[in-house]
Design a protein around this ligand. Sequence first.
Ligand SMILES: *[C@@H]1O[C@H](CO)[C@@H](O)[C@H](O)[C@H]1NC(C)=O
Ligand SMILES: *[C@@H]1O[C@H](CO)[C@@H](O)[C@H](O)[C@H]1NC(C)=O
Ligand SMILES: *[C@@H]1O[C@H](CO)[C@@H](O)[C@H](O)[C@H]1NC(C)=O
Ligand SMILES: *[C@@H]1O[C@H](CO)[C@@H](O)[C@H](O)[C@H]1NC(C)=O
Length: 955
Amino acid sequence: MDDKSGLPPYQAHAEPPRWRRHKPRRARAFRFLALGCLCFIAFAQWKQLSQRRPVNAELTVHGLSVKRLQEDLAVCAKINRVPDDPIGAGRERNARYIDGHAPTLIKNATVWVGEPAPGTSDEDARKGVGYSWITADVYLAYGLIQRVESSIAVSSVASNALVFNAEGRPLTAGIIDMHSHAGGSPLPESWGNEDLNEMASDITPYVRSIDGIHPNDHQIQVIKSGGVTTSLILPGSANNMGGEAYVIKLAVGKPDGRNETSAVDLLADPDRNWRFMKMACGENPKRVYGKPGTQGPTSRLGESWEFRQAFEHATKYVQEQNDWCTAAAGGIEQVRTYLPQELRWESLGALLRHQVRLNTHCYTISDLEAFVDHTNEFKFKVRAFHHAHQTYLVPEILKRAYGDEPPASALFADNMWYKSEAYTASEYAGKILYDAGLETVYVSDNPVLNAQHVVFEAAKGYKYGLPYHAALAAVTTGPAARLGFGNRLGKIKSGFDADVVVWDSDPLSVGATPVQVWIDGTAQYENPVVLEKGPAQVIVPDASLSKIPGEPVSLDEVVFTGISRVLLAGREESLSANNTVVVSKGEIACIGACEAELRAATESKTPIIKLNNGYVTESLTAFGSTIGLNAIDAEKDTDNGNNGNAFTRAEDGLALDTNKTNTAYNYGVTKAISAPKLRGQDTHHGTSVGFLTGARTPLDQDAIFSPDAAVHYTLTPTIKSAGQPDISSISAAVGALRRKLLTAVSTRTESIPDTYSESFYLQRVVNGTLPLVLTVHSADVIAAVLKVKHAVEDALQQQRDTTTTALRLVIHGGAEAHLLAPQLAAAHVGVILAPLFSYAVTWDQRRALSGAPLTNGTAIDALLAAGVRTAVGLEEDWWVRDLGLLAGIAHKNGQGRIDEREALGLVGGNLLELLGVEKEELAPRHFVVWEGSPLEIGGRVKGVSGGRGWVDVWE
Ligand SMILES: *[C@@H]1O[C@H](CO)[C@@H](O)[C@H](O)[C@H]1NC(C)=O
Ligand SMILES: *[C@@H]1O[C@H](CO)[C@@H](O)[C@H](O)[C@H]1NC(C)=O
Ligand SMILES: *[C@@H]1O[C@H](CO)[C@@H](O)[C@H](O)[C@H]1NC(C)=O
Ligand SMILES: *[C@@H]1O[C@H](CO)[C@@H](O)[C@H](O)[C@H]1NC(C)=O
């Protein structure tokens, strides 16, 4: 772990381990030869000096200390050494192996090796030929995978070996997340622990993420529970040059089988062969640093200047050092100074010397093109562009980047729209890049996404057309190679690090969960929670997913055949496994054999869509998002705005026909209920509107199905700084809410002239004709809210001639609602979980349940078990594509409690019921036809009827 030279690791590259054999590729050979000569001369000089006379600190040449010159020569001897990827096979033990840890034999696994069968050509391999799941036993010892064979006898391995029976389950290499801030931005977020960006200046290549890694960040444990064993911990993206990054393994301290709790102990390569760095382009640096007239960058123009100026410095620095080394190699009498060394430029110099693997955050064409220009101007490599939402539009720009390999695109599968540079994005980017011969890796940017589920990003990559083998590679072998760990990580092969995951189902299936995780051969769980699921079946890749759907056709009359499941409410009658659905004027005219109708359709040349494993379901509903209220979250001009103190109606700010509403519709989400924001995402204040996502304008027929669906308030910590007078604490906010409700009770029969005012809506709340939806996560605040409910209901009961004495209260958010599940059930309070799986981003969510293997179920399981009426909302709008999949996870991981119909209800019917929206009126004209199950990764929308009198069909 210590640099063997005794120099601090930031100065020059660590010595390679003794066993390493250089096998330079031919292209590099000449450079090595030249560098080698220089190094040899420097070395010879240094050796001669050290032999000639005993080191004497007093000794000087031209007034310079000979000892120091000698040290400088030692730096020269290795200053230009370009690392090779550290070896895998050929090691006797993993340098991270802790003595005394027993070997492990994993029996009867279904193994994804991570490479095609021997003899497969590169061209075939790229297409996925030769990849398969194989039945094998896997033997781990000394922190390495030792053997992968169809059958390994217990008698043939060490007698102290632990035996793990995988019972046929899928086994893969540990997942690698190439973009994480775990440890540096610990959860729940707090100012005191946040060490993500050094904001002293825009250009800080000299800072190091390792100095801000908090090993006890609980999120590291949560992430590992999703099968992630290795993460690249990057500095944040506020700065154009953010600093050095580190690759860590997620085993922390003694409980995880390590000797000590330290950031250094986490390093994936204790010998530190490669170094890593983060840079960022685009909106962040200009927003954070730009001060007009005082300090740049205020624009992308300025950012390029900041980059180029820093690279110019570093280039000079490298040149000065090389000149010094060349001169000193001819004898130390030749130099009149010490070797120029400056920490500020050292790491950037190392990048120019190809010792640092660079990852750059760049979204847009302009950012990508400018940065590629810099790589060629200053001759350095960029290994991946992160958040590279527009790379799919410009493969040729990536191919122009300096070096022999175009940068990979490190992407989210479908998280977008949050700012301008994230607006022009495509869920099909992975597939489009693959077709262009480029590589995609999927990353979490934890805590932006919960890295526990980064494998779900890869699963969605597959859903959106990336071939199955490439999707798995995107979180295993792909990032391994980009990190320089291609010989050690990402494969189940002898000689690789023993980072292994046994899954309860195919890792690219919905709800896939590890049953055990090994890091460097050490099992990470003593008593993991294992979910009850059917036998694990691996996915048979569906080639039809590789077709990107085109624009839909709107049809009045259409017939779908091959429908195997009908999941419409009130359609519980048993149907065959091969039904026909006849649609007329946007309504279902027949389900079942429909022989006569089918004959008539054939005669009248009505389009007939033949499906394979078709599903018909009710359409889905998006609740609590800003869909219909903005287009780009961070762009004020596209947004309805924050309410602050004003209490407004969402209907008054409705803005339709945006990418968000259109995408919602295309994914079968035909209804949305959105409320005005209080301040920032996932806060609400005012009345929500129920509207059709397919409507072009608010005046379209039936565009609004509920002008005022509910009254919303927010009771999360945001309330303290939302600009409401007299509300700077939770207690003030709860008190204010109680006061408003009690006032409404005491004035409930008075006539209120303004029938669009807050007091009018509150009168409706206490009269029981409108639900009250409170956005709140903390169990403590939910407890306070339940007391408010009782106080209001007591007051109602004391009123004469009241018919309604119960407040229709719904909790929205609810990360900690599971702690009060029985009380919520008893009080008839419903819960809309948003997100479905909280990962304790904020303090008020800190007791969220992360699920197996760490906890027995999540909030949804606890709430449903207690009989709480539950549904699922969106805490960020991009989730709208994934509502069916989220329902699928609840179904798959619910251990039999939640059937398919109930799961879909969570993102559909339950929401309408909780709010008291008349669904009977909506139902017949809102349905979705899918190919494959909407709850499974391979399910796709084929037809949507969204209450407009026709069906949109994708062929
Ligand atoms: C871990 O600790 C044990 C016992 O103190 C020691 O023998 C071993 O060398 C240590 N291993 C590493 C990798 O530090
Ligand atoms: C492997 O596990 C599967 C699933 O439990 C089982 O059917 C099969 O018999 C097992 N094979 C061996 C060799 O034990
Ligand atoms: C959303 O925007 C993307 C990128 O601009 C575009 O490709 C896509 O077609 C749009 N989708 C819809 C449904 O409007
Ligand atoms: C399913 O039904 C359709 C329409 O009746 C028919 O054409 C098709 O052959 C049937 N398929 C199977 C597998 O039975």
